[in-house]
Design a protein. Structure first.
Length: 109
């Protein structure tokens, strides 16, 4: 999996877990704008960002979506790395990813 896709998973996890709070805290006015901006910054398709967010749905009760299939290993890995971290800690990671300060997934730990 390409590194920018892995970084996108971290952003998508944050968006899925914290939902509207994440949207607000990242200063995105709409989900459409968020997907487009994240996609542009990480050089991935905006629809991929949306789908990655959906893939974390089984983990969060406030989200209804892709719970019909098992979660891929890459998604489980991201979830395991972030599940015990606070909103503010994950937000700082996401901001660094989006600002280009974190360019390798190995820099997250």
């Amino acid at each position: 999996m390409q590194n920018n896709h892995i970084l996108g998973l971290y952003v998508a996890y944050y968006l899925a877990r914290f939902n509207k709070e994440a949207l607000h805290n990242l200063n995105y006015p709409t989900w459409t704008y968020a997907y487009r901006d994240v996609g542009e910054k990480l050089h991935v398709n905006k629809h991929s960002v949306n789908h990655w967010r959906d893939e974390f749905d089984p983990l969060f009760e406030h989200r209804v979506g892709w719970n019909q299939r098992p979660m891929a290993p890459s998604r489980k890995q991201v979830s395991n790395q972030l599940e015990n971290r606070s909103e503010s800690n994950i937000r700082q990671i996401v901001l660094k990813i989006l600002e280009g300060e974190i360019t390798e997934s190995s820099d997250i730990l």
